[in-house]
Design a protein around this ligand. Sequence first.
Ligand code: FES
Length: 465
Amino acid sequence: MSITERSPDSSAAEPGQARSRGRTVQEILAGDPVPPPETLRREHPMHVGSEEIPVERYISKEWLALEAERLWSRVWQMACREEELVEVGDTVLYEVAHLSIIIVRTEDGLRGYHNACLHRGTQLRVHDGYTPEFRCPFHGWTWNLDGGLKEIPCDWDFPQVDAAEFQLPRVQVDTWGGWVFVNPDLDAPSLPEHLGTLPGEFPWDTAARYKSLHVSKVMRCNWKTCMEAFMESYHVVATHPQILLTTGDANTQYDVYEGEAGRPGWNRMLTPSAVASPHLGDGVDETTILQGMMSTYGMDAEGITVPEGSTARATLVSMSRSMDPAATPASIPGELVSDAEAIDSILYFIFPNMQPWAGTSPINYRFRPNGDDPDSCIMDVIFLSDFTGERPRPAEVIHLGPDDDWTMAEGLGALAMVFNQDTNNLPRVQRGLHATRRSGLPLALYQESRLRQFQRDLAAFIGAD
Ligand code: FES
Protein backbone atom coordinates (compact mmCIF):
# COMPACT_ATOMS: atom_id res chain seq x y z
CA MET A 1 0.00 0.00 0.00
CA SER A 2 1.22 3.48 -0.69
CA ILE A 3 0.05 6.70 0.86
CA THR A 4 -1.42 7.66 -2.51
CA GLU A 5 -4.16 5.10 -1.77
CA ARG A 6 -5.44 7.31 1.03
CA SER A 7 -9.17 7.82 0.69
CA PRO A 8 -10.07 11.21 -0.81
CA ASP A 9 -12.42 11.65 2.11
CA SER A 10 -9.89 10.95 4.83
CA SER A 11 -8.24 14.37 4.83
CA ALA A 12 -11.64 15.96 5.40
CA ALA A 13 -12.58 13.65 8.30
CA GLU A 14 -12.15 14.59 11.94
CA PRO A 15 -9.00 13.03 13.49
CA GLY A 16 -9.60 9.32 14.13
CA GLN A 17 -12.76 9.23 11.97
CA ALA A 18 -11.19 8.15 8.64
CA ARG A 19 -11.73 4.52 7.62
CA SER A 20 -10.47 2.09 5.02
CA ARG A 21 -12.39 1.45 1.84
CA GLY A 22 -14.41 -1.77 1.74
CA ARG A 23 -17.33 -3.13 3.74
CA THR A 24 -17.42 -2.43 7.44
CA VAL A 25 -17.46 -5.29 9.92
CA GLN A 26 -21.03 -4.36 10.86
CA GLU A 27 -22.10 -4.57 7.20
CA ILE A 28 -20.47 -8.02 6.97
CA LEU A 29 -22.05 -9.27 10.20
CA ALA A 30 -25.46 -8.01 9.11
CA GLY A 31 -25.37 -10.52 6.23
CA ASP A 32 -24.51 -13.57 8.36
CA PRO A 33 -27.20 -16.30 8.44
CA VAL A 34 -26.54 -16.97 12.14
CA PRO A 35 -26.09 -13.55 13.71
CA PRO A 36 -23.44 -12.90 16.37
CA PRO A 37 -24.07 -12.11 20.04
CA GLU A 38 -25.43 -8.63 20.59
CA THR A 39 -22.13 -7.30 21.89
CA LEU A 40 -20.49 -7.90 18.51
CA ARG A 41 -23.14 -5.81 16.79
CA ARG A 42 -21.93 -2.77 18.72
CA GLU A 43 -19.29 -0.37 17.50
CA HIS A 44 -17.36 1.78 19.95
CA PRO A 45 -14.52 3.63 18.23
CA MET A 46 -12.68 6.25 20.22
CA HIS A 47 -10.20 8.89 19.21
CA VAL A 48 -7.47 8.53 21.82
CA GLY A 49 -5.34 11.46 20.70
CA SER A 50 -2.61 11.80 18.13
CA GLU A 51 0.46 12.23 20.32
CA GLU A 52 3.54 10.15 19.61
CA ILE A 53 4.37 7.34 22.06
CA PRO A 54 7.79 7.95 23.64
CA VAL A 55 10.41 5.45 22.43
CA GLU A 56 11.96 5.56 25.90
CA ARG A 57 9.09 3.44 27.24
CA TYR A 58 10.28 0.47 25.20
CA ILE A 59 14.02 0.61 25.78
CA SER A 60 14.86 2.29 29.06
CA LYS A 61 15.78 0.47 32.26
CA GLU A 62 14.51 3.45 34.21
CA TRP A 63 11.04 3.17 32.65
CA LEU A 64 11.00 -0.60 33.29
CA ALA A 65 11.88 0.09 36.94
CA LEU A 66 8.99 2.56 37.13
CA GLU A 67 6.67 -0.10 35.73
CA ALA A 68 7.83 -2.53 38.43
CA GLU A 69 7.23 0.03 41.16
CA ARG A 70 4.05 1.71 39.95
CA LEU A 71 2.35 -0.77 37.60
CA TRP A 72 3.02 -4.40 38.53
CA SER A 73 2.97 -3.61 42.27
CA ARG A 74 -0.43 -1.92 41.99
CA VAL A 75 -2.46 -3.56 39.25
CA TRP A 76 -4.73 -6.59 38.84
CA GLN A 77 -3.00 -9.13 36.63
CA MET A 78 -3.84 -12.64 35.49
CA ALA A 79 -1.71 -15.18 37.35
CA CYS A 80 -3.12 -18.61 36.48
CA ARG A 81 -6.27 -20.72 36.12
CA GLU A 82 -8.50 -21.66 39.02
CA GLU A 83 -8.37 -25.31 37.88
CA GLU A 84 -4.64 -25.34 38.73
CA LEU A 85 -5.57 -24.83 42.39
CA VAL A 86 -8.10 -27.57 43.16
CA GLU A 87 -6.96 -29.19 46.42
CA VAL A 88 -6.01 -27.44 49.63
CA GLY A 89 -2.24 -27.00 49.43
CA ASP A 90 -2.07 -26.67 45.61
CA THR A 91 0.16 -23.73 44.71
CA VAL A 92 1.08 -21.76 41.61
CA LEU A 93 4.08 -19.47 41.44
CA TYR A 94 3.48 -16.22 39.55
CA GLU A 95 6.43 -13.99 38.69
CA VAL A 96 6.60 -10.64 36.92
CA ALA A 97 9.43 -8.08 36.93
CA HIS A 98 10.86 -8.25 40.49
CA LEU A 99 7.67 -9.68 41.99
CA SER A 100 7.28 -13.30 43.02
CA ILE A 101 3.88 -14.37 44.33
CA ILE A 102 2.55 -17.68 45.64
CA ILE A 103 -1.12 -18.42 45.04
CA VAL A 104 -2.44 -21.24 47.20
CA ARG A 105 -5.75 -23.00 47.79
CA THR A 106 -6.53 -22.96 51.54
CA GLU A 107 -9.48 -24.17 53.60
CA ASP A 108 -10.81 -20.62 53.27
CA GLY A 109 -10.37 -20.23 49.53
CA LEU A 110 -7.58 -18.80 47.41
CA ARG A 111 -4.82 -16.78 49.05
CA GLY A 112 -1.78 -15.01 47.64
CA TYR A 113 1.50 -14.24 49.41
CA HIS A 114 4.75 -12.52 48.52
CA ASN A 115 7.21 -15.33 47.92
CA ALA A 116 9.93 -14.41 50.41
CA CYS A 117 10.95 -15.77 53.78
CA LEU A 118 10.60 -13.17 56.53
CA HIS A 119 13.94 -14.22 58.08
CA ARG A 120 16.53 -13.45 55.40
CA GLY A 121 14.45 -13.36 52.25
CA THR A 122 14.82 -16.78 50.63
CA GLN A 123 12.07 -17.64 48.17
CA LEU A 124 9.69 -20.07 49.83
CA ARG A 125 8.62 -21.69 46.55
CA VAL A 126 10.45 -22.15 43.26
CA HIS A 127 7.85 -24.20 41.41
CA ASP A 128 4.12 -24.99 41.28
CA GLY A 129 2.59 -27.96 43.04
CA TYR A 130 1.27 -29.24 46.35
CA THR A 131 2.73 -28.31 49.72
CA PRO A 132 1.26 -28.83 53.19
CA GLU A 133 3.03 -25.70 54.50
CA PHE A 134 5.64 -23.13 53.50
CA ARG A 135 9.00 -24.20 54.93
CA CYS A 136 12.05 -22.12 54.08
CA PRO A 137 14.91 -24.33 52.90
CA PHE A 138 17.60 -22.07 54.45
CA HIS A 139 16.97 -22.20 58.24
CA GLY A 140 13.57 -23.85 58.36
CA TRP A 141 11.18 -21.06 59.33
CA THR A 142 7.72 -22.40 58.49
CA TRP A 143 4.30 -20.89 57.80
CA ASN A 144 0.86 -22.49 57.60
CA LEU A 145 -1.12 -22.25 54.37
CA ASP A 146 -3.18 -19.47 55.97
CA GLY A 147 0.00 -17.40 56.26
CA GLY A 148 0.37 -17.74 60.02
CA LEU A 149 3.86 -18.32 61.42
CA LYS A 150 4.10 -21.97 62.51
CA GLU A 151 7.68 -22.54 63.57
CA ILE A 152 11.05 -20.85 64.07
CA PRO A 153 13.89 -23.29 64.74
CA CYS A 154 15.74 -22.19 67.95
CA ASP A 155 12.98 -19.73 68.68
CA TRP A 156 14.70 -18.96 72.00
CA ASP A 157 17.10 -16.84 69.91
CA PHE A 158 14.33 -14.67 68.44
CA PRO A 159 12.55 -13.13 71.44
CA GLN A 160 12.00 -10.00 69.34
CA VAL A 161 9.87 -11.81 66.75
CA ASP A 162 6.14 -11.47 67.40
CA ALA A 163 4.28 -14.18 65.46
CA ALA A 164 1.35 -11.82 64.85
CA GLU A 165 3.64 -9.46 62.97
CA PHE A 166 5.33 -12.23 61.02
CA GLN A 167 2.43 -13.55 59.02
CA LEU A 168 3.20 -13.88 55.32
CA PRO A 169 2.33 -10.59 53.62
CA ARG A 170 -0.70 -11.06 51.43
CA VAL A 171 -1.72 -9.88 47.98
CA GLN A 172 -5.31 -9.54 46.76
CA VAL A 173 -6.69 -12.56 44.90
CA ASP A 174 -9.92 -12.81 42.92
CA THR A 175 -11.28 -14.71 39.93
CA TRP A 176 -13.15 -14.04 36.71
CA GLY A 177 -13.94 -16.48 33.90
CA GLY A 178 -11.94 -19.25 35.56
CA TRP A 179 -8.84 -17.03 35.61
CA VAL A 180 -7.09 -16.15 38.87
CA PHE A 181 -6.00 -12.54 39.18
CA VAL A 182 -3.69 -11.04 41.81
CA ASN A 183 -2.96 -7.50 42.90
CA PRO A 184 -0.10 -6.77 45.33
CA ASP A 185 -1.76 -3.49 46.32
CA LEU A 186 -4.11 -4.23 49.22
CA ASP A 187 -5.71 -0.80 48.83
CA ALA A 188 -6.39 -1.14 45.11
CA PRO A 189 -9.95 -1.11 43.72
CA SER A 190 -11.55 -4.56 43.48
CA LEU A 191 -11.19 -6.83 40.45
CA PRO A 192 -14.80 -6.15 39.34
CA GLU A 193 -14.00 -2.43 39.47
CA HIS A 194 -10.83 -3.03 37.45
CA LEU A 195 -12.67 -5.08 34.81
CA GLY A 196 -15.41 -2.48 34.61
CA THR A 197 -17.90 -3.11 31.81
CA LEU A 198 -15.86 -5.84 30.14
CA PRO A 199 -17.57 -8.92 31.71
CA GLY A 200 -20.93 -7.66 30.44
CA GLU A 201 -19.50 -7.42 26.92
CA PHE A 202 -17.75 -10.82 27.00
CA PRO A 203 -20.55 -13.43 26.87
CA TRP A 204 -18.30 -16.49 26.56
CA ASP A 205 -18.07 -18.89 29.49
CA THR A 206 -14.31 -19.38 29.79
CA ALA A 207 -14.74 -20.84 33.30
CA ALA A 208 -16.39 -23.86 31.68
CA ARG A 209 -13.31 -24.58 29.58
CA TYR A 210 -10.03 -26.14 30.68
CA LYS A 211 -6.41 -25.23 30.02
CA SER A 212 -5.45 -27.56 27.19
CA LEU A 213 -2.13 -25.94 26.23
CA HIS A 214 0.28 -23.44 27.78
CA VAL A 215 3.41 -22.30 25.96
CA SER A 216 5.66 -19.75 27.67
CA LYS A 217 8.34 -18.27 25.42
CA VAL A 218 11.15 -15.83 26.14
CA MET A 219 11.21 -13.12 23.48
CA ARG A 220 14.04 -10.74 22.58
CA CYS A 221 12.00 -7.57 22.87
CA ASN A 222 10.22 -5.38 25.38
CA TRP A 223 6.92 -6.80 26.68
CA LYS A 224 5.02 -3.87 25.15
CA THR A 225 6.76 -4.30 21.78
CA CYS A 226 5.57 -7.90 21.82
CA MET A 227 2.07 -7.30 23.13
CA GLU A 228 1.27 -4.43 20.80
CA ALA A 229 2.09 -6.63 17.80
CA PHE A 230 -1.09 -8.53 18.66
CA MET A 231 -3.33 -5.49 19.08
CA GLU A 232 -3.82 -4.43 15.48
CA SER A 233 -4.40 -5.94 12.06
CA TYR A 234 -2.55 -3.09 10.37
CA HIS A 235 0.53 -5.36 10.13
CA VAL A 236 -1.23 -8.09 8.13
CA VAL A 237 -0.51 -6.56 4.70
CA ALA A 238 3.25 -6.68 5.28
CA THR A 239 3.70 -9.53 7.78
CA HIS A 240 1.06 -12.04 6.61
CA PRO A 241 0.48 -11.25 2.90
CA GLN A 242 -0.59 -14.86 2.33
CA ILE A 243 -3.88 -14.26 4.19
CA LEU A 244 -4.94 -11.06 2.41
CA LEU A 245 -7.25 -13.07 0.15
CA THR A 246 -9.28 -14.21 3.15
CA THR A 247 -8.86 -11.50 5.81
CA GLY A 248 -10.53 -8.13 6.34
CA ASP A 249 -7.42 -6.46 7.71
CA ALA A 250 -7.70 -2.74 6.92
CA ASN A 251 -11.46 -2.83 7.61
CA THR A 252 -11.02 -4.45 11.05
CA GLN A 253 -13.25 -2.88 13.71
CA TYR A 254 -11.51 -1.42 16.77
CA ASP A 255 -13.56 -0.71 19.91
CA VAL A 256 -12.20 1.25 22.85
CA TYR A 257 -14.06 1.49 26.17
CA GLU A 258 -13.03 3.89 28.90
CA GLY A 259 -12.63 2.76 32.50
CA GLU A 260 -14.64 4.41 35.25
CA ALA A 261 -13.33 6.85 37.84
CA GLY A 262 -9.98 7.16 36.11
CA ARG A 263 -9.35 3.41 36.07
CA PRO A 264 -7.90 1.73 32.95
CA GLY A 265 -10.27 0.85 30.13
CA TRP A 266 -10.48 -2.21 27.90
CA ASN A 267 -10.70 -2.69 24.17
CA ARG A 268 -11.16 -5.24 21.41
CA MET A 269 -10.85 -5.78 17.67
CA LEU A 270 -12.99 -7.72 15.21
CA THR A 271 -11.18 -8.94 12.11
CA PRO A 272 -13.53 -10.64 9.63
CA SER A 273 -12.54 -13.84 7.83
CA ALA A 274 -13.56 -15.24 4.45
CA VAL A 275 -13.65 -11.74 3.00
CA ALA A 276 -10.91 -10.23 0.86
CA SER A 277 -8.63 -7.52 2.19
CA PRO A 278 -9.54 -3.99 1.08
CA HIS A 279 -5.92 -3.83 -0.14
CA LEU A 280 -6.94 -6.20 -2.98
CA GLY A 281 -9.64 -3.88 -4.27
CA ASP A 282 -13.23 -4.78 -5.15
CA GLY A 283 -12.65 -7.31 -7.91
CA VAL A 284 -11.91 -10.49 -5.96
CA ASP A 285 -14.56 -13.08 -6.76
CA GLU A 286 -16.20 -15.02 -3.96
CA THR A 287 -15.18 -18.46 -5.23
CA THR A 288 -11.51 -17.44 -5.16
CA ILE A 289 -11.93 -16.29 -1.56
CA LEU A 290 -13.73 -19.50 -0.62
CA GLN A 291 -11.08 -21.70 -2.16
CA GLY A 292 -8.37 -19.69 -0.41
CA MET A 293 -10.11 -20.11 2.92
CA MET A 294 -10.58 -23.85 2.38
CA SER A 295 -6.92 -24.37 1.61
CA THR A 296 -6.07 -22.43 4.80
CA TYR A 297 -8.12 -25.02 6.68
CA GLY A 298 -6.49 -27.87 4.74
CA MET A 299 -9.74 -28.69 2.92
CA ASP A 300 -9.97 -29.92 -0.67
CA ALA A 301 -11.31 -26.97 -2.68
CA GLU A 302 -11.26 -28.68 -6.08
CA GLY A 303 -14.42 -27.80 -8.02
CA ILE A 304 -16.04 -25.95 -5.09
CA THR A 305 -17.84 -22.76 -6.06
CA VAL A 306 -19.94 -20.14 -4.31
CA PRO A 307 -23.61 -20.42 -5.35
CA GLU A 308 -25.06 -17.49 -7.26
CA GLY A 309 -26.06 -14.71 -4.89
CA SER A 310 -24.19 -16.16 -1.91
CA THR A 311 -20.81 -15.23 -0.45
CA ALA A 312 -17.61 -17.10 0.37
CA ARG A 313 -18.28 -16.44 4.02
CA ALA A 314 -21.82 -17.87 4.03
CA THR A 315 -20.82 -20.86 1.89
CA LEU A 316 -17.83 -21.72 4.05
CA VAL A 317 -19.80 -21.52 7.28
CA SER A 318 -22.64 -23.57 5.82
CA MET A 319 -20.21 -26.29 4.69
CA SER A 320 -18.39 -26.28 8.02
CA ARG A 321 -21.56 -26.72 10.03
CA SER A 322 -22.21 -30.08 8.39
CA MET A 323 -18.70 -31.46 8.92
CA ASP A 324 -17.73 -34.14 11.39
CA PRO A 325 -15.75 -32.43 14.19
CA ALA A 326 -13.67 -35.59 14.59
CA ALA A 327 -12.63 -35.41 10.95
CA THR A 328 -11.62 -31.76 10.59
CA PRO A 329 -10.79 -28.76 12.76
CA ALA A 330 -12.71 -26.70 10.19
CA SER A 331 -16.05 -27.99 11.50
CA ILE A 332 -18.29 -25.53 13.35
CA PRO A 333 -19.67 -26.87 16.61
CA GLY A 334 -23.43 -26.53 16.58
CA GLU A 335 -26.05 -24.40 14.91
CA LEU A 336 -26.07 -21.94 17.77
CA VAL A 337 -22.53 -20.76 17.22
CA SER A 338 -22.72 -17.70 15.03
CA ASP A 339 -20.72 -17.31 11.85
CA ALA A 340 -18.59 -14.57 13.40
CA GLU A 341 -17.80 -16.57 16.55
CA ALA A 342 -16.83 -19.52 14.37
CA ILE A 343 -14.44 -17.93 11.90
CA ASP A 344 -13.58 -14.32 12.77
CA SER A 345 -10.67 -13.09 14.89
CA ILE A 346 -12.20 -11.39 17.92
CA LEU A 347 -9.53 -10.31 20.35
CA TYR A 348 -10.09 -8.50 23.66
CA PHE A 349 -7.55 -6.65 25.81
CA ILE A 350 -7.60 -6.46 29.61
CA PHE A 351 -5.18 -3.93 31.03
CA PRO A 352 -2.28 -4.28 31.47
CA ASN A 353 -1.24 -7.48 29.68
CA MET A 354 -3.98 -10.04 28.97
CA GLN A 355 -5.60 -10.74 25.62
CA PRO A 356 -8.40 -13.33 25.52
CA TRP A 357 -9.76 -14.28 22.11
CA ALA A 358 -13.52 -14.62 21.95
CA GLY A 359 -15.93 -16.95 20.16
CA THR A 360 -14.81 -20.51 19.55
CA SER A 361 -11.11 -19.65 19.46
CA PRO A 362 -9.14 -21.29 22.29
CA ILE A 363 -6.37 -18.66 22.30
CA ASN A 364 -5.34 -16.36 25.14
CA TYR A 365 -2.18 -14.27 25.45
CA ARG A 366 -0.26 -12.80 28.38
CA PHE A 367 2.87 -10.65 28.20
CA ARG A 368 5.33 -9.95 31.04
CA PRO A 369 8.69 -8.25 31.38
CA ASN A 370 11.52 -10.72 31.91
CA GLY A 371 13.19 -9.57 35.13
CA ASP A 372 14.83 -6.16 34.77
CA ASP A 373 15.78 -6.45 31.09
CA PRO A 374 13.84 -3.97 28.92
CA ASP A 375 14.87 -5.92 25.82
CA SER A 376 13.40 -9.24 26.91
CA CYS A 377 9.94 -10.48 27.83
CA ILE A 378 7.85 -13.61 28.32
CA MET A 379 4.89 -14.33 26.06
CA ASP A 380 2.38 -16.91 27.26
CA VAL A 381 0.00 -18.61 24.84
CA ILE A 382 -2.75 -20.42 26.73
CA PHE A 383 -5.45 -22.50 25.03
CA LEU A 384 -8.82 -23.03 26.70
CA SER A 385 -10.85 -25.93 25.29
CA ASP A 386 -14.31 -27.35 25.80
CA PHE A 387 -14.68 -30.75 27.40
CA THR A 388 -17.39 -33.21 28.30
CA GLY A 389 -17.48 -35.32 31.43
CA GLU A 390 -14.79 -34.93 34.06
CA ARG A 391 -12.61 -31.82 33.81
CA PRO A 392 -9.22 -32.84 32.33
CA ARG A 393 -6.03 -31.92 34.17
CA PRO A 394 -4.70 -28.51 33.11
CA ALA A 395 -1.76 -28.68 30.70
CA GLU A 396 1.80 -28.36 32.02
CA VAL A 397 3.71 -25.28 30.87
CA ILE A 398 5.96 -25.79 27.82
CA HIS A 399 8.90 -23.41 28.17
CA LEU A 400 10.61 -22.09 25.02
CA GLY A 401 13.83 -20.09 25.03
CA PRO A 402 14.50 -17.00 22.94
CA ASP A 403 16.05 -19.07 20.13
CA ASP A 404 13.40 -21.79 20.16
CA ASP A 405 10.87 -21.93 17.36
CA TRP A 406 7.13 -21.92 18.12
CA THR A 407 6.88 -25.15 16.09
CA MET A 408 8.76 -26.86 18.95
CA ALA A 409 5.62 -26.55 21.07
CA GLU A 410 3.49 -29.55 20.27
CA GLY A 411 -0.18 -28.65 20.09
CA LEU A 412 0.05 -25.24 18.43
CA GLY A 413 -0.40 -26.83 15.01
CA ALA A 414 -0.62 -24.41 12.08
CA LEU A 415 -0.71 -21.49 14.51
CA ALA A 416 2.99 -22.01 15.21
CA MET A 417 3.84 -20.73 11.73
CA VAL A 418 1.67 -17.62 12.26
CA PHE A 419 3.34 -16.96 15.62
CA ASN A 420 6.73 -17.31 13.95
CA GLN A 421 5.72 -14.70 11.39
CA ASP A 422 4.39 -12.44 14.14
CA THR A 423 7.40 -12.74 16.39
CA ASN A 424 10.29 -13.00 13.93
CA ASN A 425 9.96 -9.27 13.37
CA LEU A 426 10.17 -8.36 17.02
CA PRO A 427 13.91 -8.52 17.87
CA ARG A 428 14.40 -6.38 14.78
CA VAL A 429 11.78 -3.90 16.01
CA GLN A 430 13.47 -3.78 19.42
CA ARG A 431 16.92 -3.13 17.94
CA GLY A 432 15.42 -0.46 15.70
CA LEU A 433 13.86 1.24 18.71
CA HIS A 434 17.36 1.63 20.16
CA ALA A 435 18.70 2.92 16.83
CA THR A 436 15.97 5.35 15.86
CA ARG A 437 16.65 9.07 15.80
CA ARG A 438 13.03 9.85 16.51
CA SER A 439 11.85 10.20 20.09
CA GLY A 440 8.30 9.01 19.49
CA LEU A 441 6.19 6.54 17.52
CA PRO A 442 3.48 8.05 15.25
CA LEU A 443 0.75 5.45 15.76
CA ALA A 444 -2.30 5.29 13.49
CA LEU A 445 -5.31 7.11 14.91
CA TYR A 446 -7.86 4.32 14.37
CA GLN A 447 -6.07 1.06 13.55
CA GLU A 448 -3.69 1.58 16.48
CA SER A 449 -6.22 3.18 18.81
CA ARG A 450 -6.06 0.13 21.11
CA LEU A 451 -2.33 0.68 21.56
CA ARG A 452 -2.95 4.35 22.22
CA GLN A 453 -5.48 3.60 24.95
CA PHE A 454 -3.13 1.07 26.58
CA GLN A 455 -0.22 3.55 26.48
CA ARG A 456 -2.41 6.31 27.90
CA ASP A 457 -3.58 4.11 30.78
CA LEU A 458 -0.03 2.90 31.39
CA ALA A 459 1.23 6.48 31.56
CA ALA A 460 -1.50 7.24 34.11
CA PHE A 461 -0.28 4.39 36.34
CA ILE A 462 3.31 5.52 36.02
CA GLY A 463 2.43 9.16 36.57
CA ALA A 464 4.05 10.19 33.28
CA ASP A 465 2.85 13.04 31.08
FE1 FES B 1 14.34 -18.41 55.54
FE2 FES B 1 16.41 -18.15 57.13
S1 FES B 1 16.12 -17.24 55.20
S2 FES B 1 14.70 -19.38 57.42
